[in-house]
Ligand binder design. Structure first.
Ligand code: UDX
Length: 501
């Protein structure tokens, strides 16, 4: 089937994120931005998520139908229903995608090439954890770009995990190293970063297993990015300038285009009404009533509490946190998603006495439109697990944080939030209700420290806005990225015509 000549000339990005919210959300935002700049976009979900999305607002609102130059496709993830219920389902998903998902992606690109009115795929954009698709891009014959979903400091720390192992810092010798001060050892040799504690680098430095599978996955995934044509980061230059300078020594083609909030880039503002909006592709039903509840709260009075899409708390941690929140006597909005509590539990695990005591000043939601919540005038603080999307969303909303990191890059994000950017406080690993209450007071109260944190949060918000406004670093870098995508396309065309001669 023959496509019109104009179509054939258009850059066509096929985006494939690892299938979890922390990866889907930023990849979708990148897709929106590319589309707004004229790139044809194919956004690939797994079939399982596609079905799931059809059951939530994203599907019913018609988002998945796509629109001119923006289509959704799906490939199988290869997981059995039993695997999906397993506690290590994320690792199983990772392995299954690696094993079985390359050929369907290649087949999809070939099928698209034969579709009338669809330009051939000219590049593949992956999120972290799906580096197997770099080989798929090679097979399709197009360049690949990686949207690594962490901060620049998170990426650099992940890259250095291999060196830490080679230098003998990890794995830990025995369990006592978790608590004997070993993790406080300063690491001062990572280029572009201030001295940080060993324990701040990643959750993976805590392993005792020399063959720790998750650690090897992180190392391999980050290092595989070296073979991609470009690395895209959801951060902005002013926020992480030193570490970005150092990173560019290794990866000259780093594009910082954050905060990845489409409406922050004024060009997408103009195209509003065509986009998917802040709701994006939410894997859980968003509770709209929480926004109405926020509307009725005084400005800056509410603490928003959420731990992203993957974290699992023990019942003890949940109870400790609940009573810490209760004792603060402040209003709070708490996202307790199904599966947040060990044993696949959620809201049902909250103690009845806690619910009774706080019923007049709390809203429990299973999921919410987090970006909208963070930008709501009533929200004055965010108790977070320091996932990078949440951290970035808090920064560009100007909301100070209470950080309780527990996995992967969350430790280094927390370190930067609390010490480099001075917009947050950290909770100890061992959650204690007294400290939860004290930190809430310290962040949301009227102390010298809380005022300073709010001032800094306002400053970073303004800096994020400047980066994404016309002339700002992220705005310009996005233009450069699109230009490269077009050039790559032109190069590919040149190569194929030379080849044909
Ligand atoms: C994962 C990793 O855990 C994290 O360390 C890494 O930095 C990114 O990938 P996740 O744990 O889900 O992500 O956290 P986070 O990065 O904060 O992403 C969560 C996303 O879900 C955010 O975009 C947030 O806005 C969204 N969310 C969360 C909602 O839309 N509604 C909610 O109720 C809660």
């Amino acid at each position: 089937m023959c496509a019109p000549a104009a179509m054939e000339k258009r850059a066509h990005a096929m985006l494939f994120p690892f299938p979890c919210s922390g990866h889907i959300n930023p990849t979708l935002k990148l897709a929106e931005l590319l589309h707004s700049l004229g790139v044809y976009v194919t956004f690939v979900n797994t079939e399982h998520n596609h079905e799931r999305l059809l059951r939530t607002g994203a599907g019913t609102a018609g988002g998945l139908r796509g629109r001119e130059g923006f289509r959704f496709e799906a490939v199988p993830d290869g997981l059995s229903e039993e695997d999906r219920r397993s506690p290590d389902r994320t690792m199983k998903l990772y392995l299954s995608l690696r094993r079985s998902c390359g050929p369907p992606l290649v087949a999809l690109a070939r099928r698209l090439a034969a579709c009338e009115g669809v330009p051939p795929v000219t590049c593949v954009v992956l999120s972290g954890l799906v580096s197997f698709a770099l080989a798929a891009a090679e097979e399709i014959g197009v360049p690949s770009f990686v949207l690594w979903g962490t901060s620049a400091c998170g990426f650099v720390c992940t890259l250095r995990l291999r060196e830490l192992r080679q230098r003998g810092y990890t794995p830990l010798k025995d369990e006592s190293y978790l608590t004997n001060g070993y993790l406080d050892m300063p690491i001062d040799w990572i280029a572009g970063m201030p001295p940080v504690r060993l324990g701040d680098i990643s959750s993976f430095v805590r392993t005792l297993d020399p063959r720790c599978f998750a650690l090897r996955v992180e190392e391999d995934e980050a290092n595989s990015c070296a073979t991609a044509q470009g690395l895209i980061l959801n951060t902005f230059e002013d926020l992480e300038s030193d570490v970005l300078d150092a990173l560019r020594e290794e990866f000259p083609r780093v594009y910082t285009i954050g905060p990845l909030a489409p409406e922050m880039h004024s060009r997408v503002d103009r195209a509003q009404g065509h986009g998917h909006g802040a709701a994006g592709l939410s894997l859980w039903e968003e509770d709209a009533a929480c926004v109405a509840w926020l509307d009725a709260q005084p400005e800056g009075s509410v603490l928003y509490v959420s731990f992203g899409s993957l974290a699992v708390l023990s019942l003890d941690q949940l109870v400790e946190l609940a009573w810490g929140l209760a004792a603060s006597n402040r209003p709070f909005l708490w996202v307790v998603r199904p599966g947040l509590v060990a044993g696949d539990r959620g809201v049902d695990a909250l103690p009845d006495e806690f619910l009774a005591e706080t019923k007049n000043r709390c809203f429990i939601a299973e999921w919410c439109a987090q970006e909208q919540v963070l930008r709501h005038r009533a929200v004055g603080g965010f108790l977070t697990h320091s996932g990078w999307n949440s951290t970035m969303e808090s920064i560009w909303s100007g909301v100070p944080m209470i950080c309780w990191p527990g996995f992967a890059d969350q430790y280094i994000n927390c370190r930067y939030v609390c010490e480099e950017w001075a917009i947050g406080l950290r909770l100890d690993e061992q959650l204690r209700r007294e400290q939860v209450t004290a930190h809430i007071e310290e962040v949301m109260g009227d102390t010298k420290k809380s005022k300073e944190m709010r001032r800094n949060a306002d400053k970073w918000k303004a800096s994020a806005e400047a980066a994404t406004a016309p002339g700002g670093s992220s705005y310009e870098n996005l233009d450069k990225l699109v230009e490269v995508l077009r050039l790559e396309e032109a190069d590919a065309e040149l190569a194929s015509s030379t080849h044909a001669q």
